[in-house]
Design a protein around this ligand. Structure first.
Ligand SMILES: Cc1ncc(COP(=O)(O)O)c(C=O)c1O
Length: 508
């Protein structure tokens, strides 16, 4: 009995006493503090010791038995039960690791797994300090903008109403209720969609990975912007794609450049029309139409990554490309507008493509039904609308704070465009200034920013720094912008002559 040690139950807690007792004993057994076969105290004795009703102990023991922690034998008592079996481990080395047989791993790796963008991302991750004063690089909502309490209610409701059904694998294409919500949202944006068109993925990152694998044979061309999303670079090159780049102007990708690359036999053109990562560009309606016409003429499909949908800050959002053409592959996510850890994204694609995507998705993971049910509940209750009504004004406030502080502190000759959509602000750098040097100088000032060296897709470097305004409060953004400006001034000082007035065409 003493092995159980002192137990304090809290009658004031919302957790019933029998559950508190269950938790204490289960944890002792789980940690190995109660040996296999150990006899638990008789219910009456333990109840007296705890000053609790005997039924409390009886119920805790019964639930421990149902959960497999103990076995009760009438007349003998209740005994700790550990799982049977266990494996005999081979001899370990001095530091406790199992001995290795010396396989030549280097010669076994695929070339694609060592693609440059993947190694670049690894190197960069090592350069990011564990603790950063101010985050102008992270693209996820700050803690105060994550709806933990609303989401908890949905999770509780799902567990209470669906029970174990919510704890299994998800259906192949995703939970039906969620696919219905996604389709309804797209219809609301003017994109004709049925739930059957929607494949739920583990974030839009998985959608990009699956699309690359379904379309690309090693060496096949994919067209991307000269500066593009690092995760897309990684997914595409890991699939063995050869990246062909097109530059952009104020309205979006250059149509004559697209004409020129039509002949490379590309498998797709990857775009983020709402808010190009990292430059923050939004593609004009006129250019959207031009791109769709180009796609029809050239036979190259478009992958539209609408990762920041619903996060339009000023004016009307232009319709998605998918609204113009049913062959556009549309990728969406709930990571940025709601909760990153949901890991819920989706693809809306023509049927023939979905038929290939679905088995690939199964081969990759089997889906998280609980998160999908909880998100469906969240959307059905209309919580997303309320959440956006709270967050969008806050993002506007943060953008304005960042903008004002940059305008007050950036060195002469550096300009930027105020973003009207999304969560990023792009600061173009003068020719010859290394974005990575600016990243390092900013890090020394306690600010983390994203250098466009990370986004480079081909030979041309679109030099700039991406700043986000979602992960920090308005006050910290203002402070971060001042520090960033100080760092940039220092780097430009080390490159005299490079800080010159930009002409209008360079200021994007
Ligand atoms: C352009 C873009 N697409 C897709 C993603 C992936 O997001 P998730 O996998 O969380 O949906 C990101 C994440 O930053 C992104 O910036």
């Amino acid at each position: 009995m003493d092995q159980i040690g002192p137990i304090e139950l809290n009658p004031g807690s919302q957790t019933p006493l029998y559950q508190q007792l269950f938790d204490v004993i289960a944890s002792l057994i789980g940690k190995g503090a109660l040996a296999d076969g150990h006899r638990l105290p008789p219910t009456r004795a333990l109840a007296e010791r705890l000053g609790a009703h005997r039924n409390t102990v009886v119920r805790a023991y019964r639930e421990l038995e149902e959960a497999g922690f103990v076995v009760s034998t009438v007349g003998r008592g209740t005994f700790v039960q550990r799982p049977e079996g266990g494996v005999q481990l081979p001899a370990a080395t001095a530091d406790g690791a199992p001995a290795a047989s010396g396989i030549a791993w280097g010669s076994l790796m695929s070339r694609a797994s060592g693609a440059e963008p993947l190694r670049r991302a690894e190197r960069f991750a090592r350069e990011v300090p564990a603790r950063v004063a101010i985050h102008l690089s992270r693209m996820q909502p700050s803690d105060d903008l994550l709806p933990d309490q609303l989401f908890r209610r949905c999770l509780d409701h799902v567990l209470a109403t669906c029970g174990p059904k919510a704890l299994g694998y998800a259906p192949r294409a995703g939970v039906a209720r969620l696919r219905e919500q996604v389709a309804a949202d797209l219809v609301h944006q003017g994109v004709s969609t049925t739930p059957e068109d929607v494949l739920i993925t583990s974030g839009s990152q998985q959608a990009l990975d699956l699309l690359a694998r379904v379309l690309v044979n090693p060496g096949d061309a994919l067209i991307v912007n000269t500066a593009t999303f690092t995760g897309a670079l990684s997914a595409f090159t890991a699939a063995g794609a050869r990246l062909v780049t097109v530059p952009s102007d104020d309205e979006g990708p250059d149509l004559s450049a697209l004409e020129r690359v039509s002949r490379v036999g590309a498998k797709a053109l990857y775009l983020m029309p709402g808010c190009q990562n990292p430059t923050g560009h939004s593609i004009s309606v006129q250019r959207r139409k031009g791109i769709v016409e180009w796609s029809r003429r050239s036979g190259v499909p478009i992958i539209e990554d609408d990762y920041l949908s619903d996060l339009h800050l000023d004016g009307e959002a232009p319709p998605p490309l998918r609204g113009f053409d049913g062959d556009v592959i549309y990728v969406g996510t709930y990571s940025k507008k709601l909760i990153p850890t949901l890991r819920v994204g989706y693809v809306v694609a023509p049927r023939v493509l979905r038929q290939r995507l679905e088995p690939l998705k199964q081969a990759s993971d089997l889906g998280n039904a609980l998160m999908q049910y909880a998100l469906a509940e969240f959307l059905e209750r209309g919580y997303l609308r309320a959440h956006l009504a709270r967050t969008i004004p806050e993002y506007r406030k943060r953008r304005d704070a960042l903008e004002q502080s940059l305008r007050a502190h950036l060195p002469e000759g550096i300009d930027f465009r105020r973003p009207s959509s999304g969560l990023i602000l792009w600061v173009p750098l003068p020719e010859g200034v290394d974005p990575h040097a600016v990243f390092e100088a900013a890090r020394d000032e306690g600010v983390l920013v994203m250098p466009s060296t990370m986004n480079r897709a081909g030979d041309v470097l679109e030099a700039g720094i991406r700043l986000t305004f979602c992960a920090e409060s308005a006050e910290r953004l203002a402070d971060g912008a001042e520090r960033f400006a100080r760092a940039l001034t220092r780097v430009l000082g080390a490159h005299p002559g490079e800080s010159r007035q930009l002409d209008a065409a360079e200021v994007i």
